[in-house]
Design a protein around this ligand. Structure first.
Ligand SMILES: [Cu+2]
Length: 425
């Protein structure tokens, strides 16, 4: 009887603790897409597991990569302490470009990304994983169990009273530690150091109101062929104060789609943050006319939303209005899509896809007038094609742009889809 009991005790002491289940993942990496100085960048701030520690900042660029000096400043919002770093993008080299910036404490920071002509103030939060109290119980329990059982066995085992009690106490400690080890994955995780304080409920209800967006340009009437700034001012829907609590979604603060009314012009951009509630992106339109701007963003504790605006480009155009034609031919099933019924769109892709904005592929769909804009993601398939499934809301002609990244280049495939009604088929 005694030997199996001892074996059981030893087994308990030596039972491997499933470490991964209890160790809180270190502060996750933060990836932010930015369209700045004519370059499309992905800025990654690597997570840290303690402070002070150097936080690695990486910048990857999509082609075409310009020659571009970048100054980085990381400022603690709580203490004002700043650290600087600089890097230089080399034309044609996609990177990743890497530097590290010392962080002295967990909490809110502002990362300033400055190029000769532009700057962006990105709110970032440094989170340090807190040690779970359960982890302490598990490790402590196994430690105590090990010492008591080994000491008890060495000093006489179960035949003498004192050592026998030590062995029993060790067994109890081992059982407690094992129990906690088994159930702890279901127990709540500790709040990481530096986490944002929990939001108070407004009027007794959780959730914040939607934000309202106003679009503008600088200059007010941009000219065809000349660079201008598209500005977005975001205010809280109930207080009218600047809304400065955007959460990163799909690796950006906002995804802005600018299209000309006729669908010949298309840009998918990631604006910089100039100030609280103020986003901006520099662009150039080659032809005069009416342009539409749609932005997808998400407020903290509110949800995703789509806001829209428009602006007019003046002047004369250099060339004829033509929609870019891609050599990639999408396969649309059924051949005559029906409103309200699922349509499958397959984009054949050659080469190796890179995830972009956290997804293998994106499809942006707009109706003729610009009142409707849809953004969907590819569903995973075993082939190299990107497959999208979508139910068009109403009959009519839609402009569509499929986007994906390959060889550090963002590919855009424009096409048109005509959607009919049930009776057409
Ligand atoms: Cu985007």
């Amino acid at each position: 009887m005694r030997i199996p009991l001892l074996l059981l005790l030893l087994l308990l002491v030596l039972w491997p603790v499933p470490a991964g289940a209890h160790v809180v993942a270190p502060g996750a990496d933060l990836r932010i897409a930015q369209t700045i100085a004519g370059a499309e960048l992905t800025i990654t701030v690597r997570g840290v597991s303690r402070t002070p520690a150097p936080a690695v900042v990486e910048i990857e660029a999509f082609r075409p990569v310009p020659d571009l000096p970048i100054e980085l400043t990381l400022r603690s919002t709580e203490t004002g302490r700043t650290v600087h770093a600089s890097m230089r993008l080399v034309a044609g080299r996609v990177g990743p470009y890497r530097t590290s910036m010392q962080v002295y404490r967990a909490g809110p920071y502002e990362l300033e990304v400055r190029t000769p002509g532009e700057r962006s103030l990105l709110p970032v939060r440094v989170l340090v994983p807190a040690t779970s109290p359960w982890e302490l119980v598990i490790h402590g329990g196994f430690y105590v169990a090990g010492i008591l059982v080994v000491a008890g066995l060495l000093t006489g085992g179960m035949s003498r009273r004192g050592p026998a009690m030590a062995v029993r106490a060790g067994a109890v400690a081992g059982v407690v530690a094992l129990t906690v080890a088994v159930v702890s994955p279901q127990l709540p995780l500790p709040v990481p150091e530096g986490a944002a304080p929990e939001l108070p409920a407004q009027n007794g209800v959780g959730g914040r109101p939607y934000l309202m967006a106003t679009f503008g340009t600088q200059p007010a009437r941009p000219a065809a062929g000349a660079e201008f700034t598209l500005l977005m001012d975001l205010v809280d829907g109930s207080t009218g104060r600047p809304a400065d609590d955007l959460v990163l979604h799909h690796e950006a603060m906002a995804h802005v789609v600018v299209t000309s009314e006729d669908g010949t012009y298309f840009r998918h951009l990631h604006p910089v943050r100039l100030a609280p509630g103020r986003l901006a992106v520099r662009l150039r339109a080659d032809r005069p006319g009416r342009y539409l701007a749609h932005a997808e963003l998400e407020r903290t504790d509110s949800g995703g939303q789509l806001v829209a605006g428009e602006f007019t480009v003046t002047g004369t155009s250099a060339g004829e209005a033509t929609r870019a034609v891609s050599s990639v031919v999408p396969v649309i099933v059924p051949a005559r899509p029906v409103a309200g019924r699922p349509t499958t769109i397959e984009i054949p892709v050659t080469g190796r896809l890179q995830p972009w904005l956290g997804m293998p592929g994106h499809l942006i769909v707009r109706d003729r007038k610009g009142a409707f804009l849809g953004h969907l993601h590819a569903t995973p398939t075993r082939t190299s094609a990107l497959t999208f499934t979508f139910s068009f809301p109403a009959p009519g002609t839609y402009f569509a742009w499929a986007q994906y990244a390959r060889d550090s280049t963002i590919e855009t495939v424009p096409f048109t889809i005509t959607v009919g009604t049930e009776s057409d088929t």
